[in-house]
Design a protein. Structure first.
Length: 236
């Protein structure tokens, strides 16, 4: 664990640090989160740790477990599906409005976000890829000139970061696929094609959700099969 730094508030830094470790798999599901250990690791007092954990609990990444205190929440496929349904609608709207209101700016500034995405893919860092992805979508939200879109999704970004990490971690092709979809979305915005920009953006989010939910369902099925086999062996 590295000590937190930067211009964000101390609590925001701690939130980001914990989420980054969850995304990287250093804090997997059901890991205990002990305040004193986190405070020592990040070089801060217990107060920002406590506040950060409360925020993460409210956002679904952390939960209380009887006799264990706070733990990293297992990912809920149903919640992911619902969250991505809402995000697909909002991102589609943002892309449409961006094409209608920000095509000129997208033409001059958009390539920088794509280059940042390419550099992140080449780095192989999950957190860099997720950061570049977040900045790309934040740029589109900004071009939409509707601040409510970004404000609505902001509380859910820690959970979205975790889901994105799971989507990217085990699929070597996925980072390039996502980057290619970003290129297509930006091209539609630059062309001022709101219909196409919205459709591409909604498909982009829906595809990621489908991949992740299918992966979780497969893991759950494998786990249940293993449990059945163990019971069978005990009966014999």
């Amino acid at each position: 664990m590295s000590q937190v730094q930067g211009q964000l508030t101390l609590v925001e830094q701690v939130v980001n640090a914990i989420v980054s470790e969850i995304v990287d798999g250093e804090l997997p599901s059901n890991s205990r989160l002990i305040q004193d250990e986190l405070a020592r690791a990040y070089g801060v007092s217990r107060q920002p740790i406590q506040q950060a954990l409360l925020l993460l609990r409210d956002r679904g990444l952390v939960r209380e477990a009887p006799g264990r205190g706070l733990i990293v929440s297992p990912i809920d496929p149903d919640f992911v599906r619902k969250l991505y349904e809402v995000r697909a609608m909002l991102d589609g709207l943002a892309a449409r409005l961006a094409a209608e209101r920000g095509a000129a700016r997208a033409r001059t500034e958009g390539s920088a976000y794509l280059e940042a995405g390419r550099a992140a893919v080449e780095s192989g860092s999950l957190n860099e890829q997720i950061e570049a992805d977040m900045k790309f979508h934040a740029f589109i939200n900004e071009l939409s000139e509707n601040t409510l879109i970004g404000e609505t999704t902001a509380p859910h970004w820690p959970y979205l970061r975790r889901v994105m990490g799971e989507v990217l971690r085990d699929d070597a092709q996925m980072p390039q696929i996502i980057l290619g979809e970003h290129v297509a979305i930006l091209d539609a915005i630059v062309a001022g094609d709101g219909d196409r920009a919205e459709a591409l953006s909604r498909d982009h989010i829906a595809r990621a959700a489908k991949i992740f939910v299918q992966r979780l369902q497969a893991q759950k099925a494998a786990s249940e099969q293993e449990m059945r086999q163990r019971r069978t062996r005990r009966i014999r």
